[in-house]
Design a protein around this ligand. Structure first.
Ligand SMILES: Cc1ncc(COP(=O)(O)O)c(C=O)c1O
Length: 442
């Protein structure tokens, strides 16, 4: 049974940290290391697959975690990839994904990007009628891309407004009422449209919203096919949106619970009539990622104890700006990766960036925090590295994948750390790619 509510516990992370120290990935001068649990990722992806019909294309959302080695891992287990930009299409290709298993979803696709996607044969979900007209101009009869239309299912806003996209004022898709009215004529005009796409939001959406969206899109599909007198619309892309658990009040919705509810409500999605596409990101990745960051200083601020670490709003942008909506479980480890014993006391954990709000935890009960020890930050596998901020120009930390072996942990480098020279090169005229400039030495 896959645990959908938590990732690796402190003791498990500590054992991996000790292996990283032994292999010299975490010498005393290393500030932070990010880890990704490849076993948990495999288990979650396999469980997702077994919950849905075998023909389902599970296009894992790259925006949740674009690290190519992480994407290769799921592609190797049968995943496709969902790309929110043409750059993510290139990332998908770099991860070895077959173009026919890439879904291109940007709401701002240029003509050139559409041509590239058509030439590759990736699935394209058009966001709006103007984009459909652009597609009509650009596509040729020999293009193989599956073309879908994004519909806003209008099931309302979830707990977090900024990550909800099915409200009346959403910037995405064709609103359901307009889709009902306008798509029949458009489908007559554009016989190459064969798919419908919905996405409700990412985190904070309820199971009821996801199911209402499914019922709405299936009713639309039946209406459209009825009007056409065919079964042409035979692909339904459900989007992503299954929540992850960050706090004890977050909902756990296991993919099999979602799939079972869908099977009851929309049987035609499970009997071979329709080919399903999913675009999950967060529910697969969030718990797989965790990090350790070294405590550089401890100080007293009024009555509070502050520990200054090396990861802050650069990695945990949302948690820092909207702590009421996003949080990450913190714990302490000593410098050798052991779990300290003793009574916890409340700590404020501050990041390294030069603004007052760069705080990743307040009043967090932590044991024996001191300069040189480590703070463990959990549940950072989704929408963290992909939102890395260049504010204060700190380098990306080393990312290691870990997988269990009979004798301990197998560690692999997923992405090497950026050096100060790499970052200086990033900000230079040619981004460090040219023959001269600060990147040359690195
Ligand atoms: C169109 C689309 N599909 C899929 C996703 C992935 O959502 P999640 O990571 O919540 O599963 C997103 C995220 O915002 C999205 O915009």
């Amino acid at each position: 049974m896959v645990n959908w509510s938590r990732g690796p516990e402190t003791a498990e992370c500590a054992a991996v940290v000790r292996a990283a120290i032994e292999q010299r990935h975490l010498d005393e001068d290393v500030q932070s290391v990010v880890f990704h649990d490849m076993d948990l990722l495999s288990q979650r992806f396999d469980a997702l697959r077994s919950a849905f019909p075998v023909s389902t294309l599970h296009a894992v959302a790259i925006k949740a975690n674009p690290l190519v080695e992480v994407l290769k891992h799921v592609v190797g287990r049968g995943a496709g990839l969902e790309a929110a930009s043409i750059e993510e299409v290139e990332i998908a290709l770099a991860a070895g994904c077959d173009p026919s298993r890439i879904v291109f979803d940007s709401p701002a696709k240029t003509a050139a990007e559409i041509c590239r996607a058509l030439d590759l044969g990736v699935m394209i979900n058009a966001d709006n009628v103007a984009e459909l007209r652009r597609l009509a101009d650009l596509r040729r009869a020999d293009h193989r891309s599956v073309i879908g239309v994004r519909v806003n299912p209008m099931v309302g806003v979830g707990r977090i407004a900024t990550t909800s996209v099915a409200g009346t004022d959403s910037k995405f898709g064709i609103p359901l009422d307009r889709a009902r009215a306008e798509l029949p004529a458009l489908l007559e005009e554009m016989p190459w449209i064969t798919a419908l796409h919905v996405h409700v939001g990412s985190q904070g959406c309820s199971l009821d919203q996801l199911l209402d969206s499914a019922v709405a899109i299936e009713a639309l599909r039946v209406q459209l096919n009825g009007g056409l007198g065919t079964d042409r619309i035979d692909v339904v892309d459900l989007g992503g949106g299954l929540p992850s658990v960050y706090t004890s009040t977050d909902d756990v919705i296991a993919p099999d619970e979602y799939a079972n509810a869908l099977r009851r409500l929309v049987p035609s999605w499970f009997d071979g009539t329709v080919r399903l596409v999913t675009e999950f990101g967060r529910v697969l990745q969030a718990h797989c990622g965790w990090a350790v960051s070294r405590v550089e200083y401890v100080k007293r601020i009024g009555d509070a104890r502050l520990a200054v670490v090396h990861l802050g709003a650069d990695l945990l942008l949302r948690a820092v700006y909207r702590p009421e909506d996003w949080s990450h479980r913190l714990a302490s480890l000593d410098a050798s990766g052991e779990v300290p014993t003793g009574d916890p006391i409340p700590w404020t954990v501050g990041g390294p960036l030069c603004f007052a709000g760069d705080i990743i935890g307040r009043d967090v009960p932590l044991v024996d925090v001191r300069a040189g020890s480590l703070v463990l930050i959990r549940d950072i596998g989704a929408y963290t590295m992909s939102m890395w901020s260049r504010h204060c120009s700190r380098g990306l930390p080393l990312v290691l994948g870990h997988a269990a072996t009979s004798s301990g942990s197998d560690l692999s480098v997923i992405r090497r750390a950026e050096s100060p020279g790499d970052v200086a090169a990033f900000w230079s005229v040619d981004g460090g790619r040219g023959a001269s400039g600060p990147g040359e030495d690195h």
